[in-house]
Design a protein around this ligand. Structure first.
Ligand code: SAM
Length: 451
């Protein structure tokens, strides 16, 4: 019986929470988890034939689970594999913000990057996303996934939430997708049920309050906090929101949802929260609430002093040809590695670099070696790449996988120099075509190991 796989304390509590829906909840756990992906609007249009996730523009369900690792398009950043309920972030974000404005957005608990890749498709080009992950190894995966996504108005940081107090009132929006007890993932990951305990729920709730309290000063007056978990219990959800309301001056934001979506709206005069149950939606368990900060918050002063070093004019002129809209970018040279990001965000990025541990700022573009430029992988994946400047080598799936495994490729084109490996019209990375061999430049630490 599936119920045997749930912890007893969890069953008691959920039976009380769900009442006569309990049997449907149990039955849903006997069904396979739905499979969903979200397309990168900058790299692909949405296929017509697939069933859409109703609360997001670019999310679709797949009828079966392919091996994503063995799909070159996945490595080109064409789509992100994401559980459907989490895509509801789009409603919380778009309904609570003026998207025509330049926003500073923080995704505080961001790895592996589901919410961050989504946010990058929602904010405008003048906005900046700071995507943070406290665990170093996870921050590296986050950085990889964001480079694949290909946008340059993003900074990846590896900091504890309290470090953001160095940036008071800096953010218009903070997303806290909190580490939680994971009750909503029992179907997808049965191991989560073995690790569950009442004590762990209490521990998670306490940690979530600490995270919220620590990051609170970084949100500006009138700014939006989006809080989410993938768990059902009230301790980590409603009670934490009530605690925030007691500690700080906040206003709950009500979201419009369609009845057919099956989401459970918890709406009282002082509280709006939205809960996702797997027997009511085509997705896993999830909770989300949106709040506006009303506290008076002094703000960081963005300095105009330039701490970044630009490359020489000669190098800059050459690099300017490698990207589109080069006049809107700033090129930065740090230890002979050139990065670019939107010009308008220079001051903000400087402030972040001065105060936080930055893993990635914008797009890695090229390394300077003896006055020569070697293109970086980030540039190949960038939606700003000027493809016309490079030779391209289209590969079929089997060879594309060889390339992604960093194996040698036998095909040697006539034209020498750096070339882009393409799969179905999207770049996968670089090769250097030499006299009688081809140098595979795919980053070793990213190469796929699955056979
Ligand atoms: N937002 C991510 C996404 O959509 O792909 C998933 C985030 S996951 C639910 C929570 C993240 O919080 C994990 O990456 C975890 O490493 C991080 N985390 C764990 N402890 C934390 C803490 N004390 N403060 C901040 N983040 C923490």
């Amino acid at each position: 019986m599936i119920e045997d796989q749930f912890p007893q304390d969890f069953i008691k509590r959920e039976q009380a929470q769900l009442g006569d829906q309990w049997n449907d909840f149990v039955k849903a756990h006997q069904q396979p988890s739905p499979i969903s992906i979200r397309y990168n609007a900058f790299k692909s249009s949405l296929p017509f034939h697939l069933q859409k996730v109703p609360w997001t523009r670019n999310g679709v369900y797949l009828s079966e689970r392919p091996s994503f690792t063995l799909d070159p398009s996945f490595h080109a950043g064409k789509y992100y594999v994401q559980e459907a309920s989490s895509m509801f972030l789009e409603q919380a974000f778009t309904q609570s913000n003026d998207l025509s404005k330049a926003l500073n957005v923080l995704d505080l608990c961001a790895a592996p990057g589901g919410k961050s890749t989504h946010l990058l498709n929602l904010i405008n080009a003048e906005s900046l996303l700071v995507s943070n992950e406290v665990i170093q190894s996870r921050a590296a995966i986050l950085s990889e996934n964001l480079q694949k996504w290909g946008l340059s108005n993003v900074v990846v940081t590896n900091n504890d939430p309290k470090d953001f107090q160095r940036l008071p009132g800096f953010f218009d929006v903070i997303v806290v997708d909190a580490p939680c007890s994971g009750e909503g993932l029992f179907r997808k990951d049965p191991e989560a049920a073995n690790e569950w305990s009442q004590d762990n729920v209490a521990l998670c709730a306490k940690r979530q309050r600490r995270i919220l309290n620590d990051v609170w000063p970084a949100l500006k007056t009138g700014g939006i906090l989006i809080y989410s978990t993938c768990t059902y219990n009230e301790f980590e959800n409603e009670e934490n929101i009530h605690w925030l309301q007691q500690e700080f001056n906040v206003e709950p934001v009500r979201l419009n949802i369609e009845e057919t979506w099956g989401i459970q709206a918890i709406e009282t005069p002082s509280f709006f929260g939205y809960r996702f149950f797997p027997h009511r939606v085509k997705g896993e368990g999830f909770f989300i609430a949106t709040l506006r900060k009303l506290d008076e918050q002094p703000e960081s002063r963005v300095s105009t002093k330039n701490i970044f070093t630009e490359p020489s004019k000669k190098i800059k002129d050459q690099l300017a040809e490698w990207v589109v809209r080069s006049d809107q970018k700033i090129f930065i040279n740090r230890n002979d590695r050139v990065q670019f990001f939107p010009k308008g965000k220079n001051a903000e990025i400087e402030l972040i670099v001065k105060n936080l541990h930055v893993v990635l700022a914008g797009t890695f573009m090229a390394t300077i070696k003896h006055d020569k430029l070697i293109p970086e992988h980030g540039l190949a994946l960038s939606v700003e790449l000027n493809r016309k400047m490079f030779n391209t080598i289209p590969l079929e799936r089997v060879e594309a996988l060889q390339y992604l495994r960093k194996e040698s490729i036998s095909f040697i084109p006539n034209k020498k120099g750096f070339a882009l490996i393409m799969f179905e019209d999207l770049p996968l990375g670089w090769v250097n075509v030499l006299e009688n061999r081809l140098n595979n430049m795919y980053p070793s630490e990213w190469r796929i190991r699955m056979k």
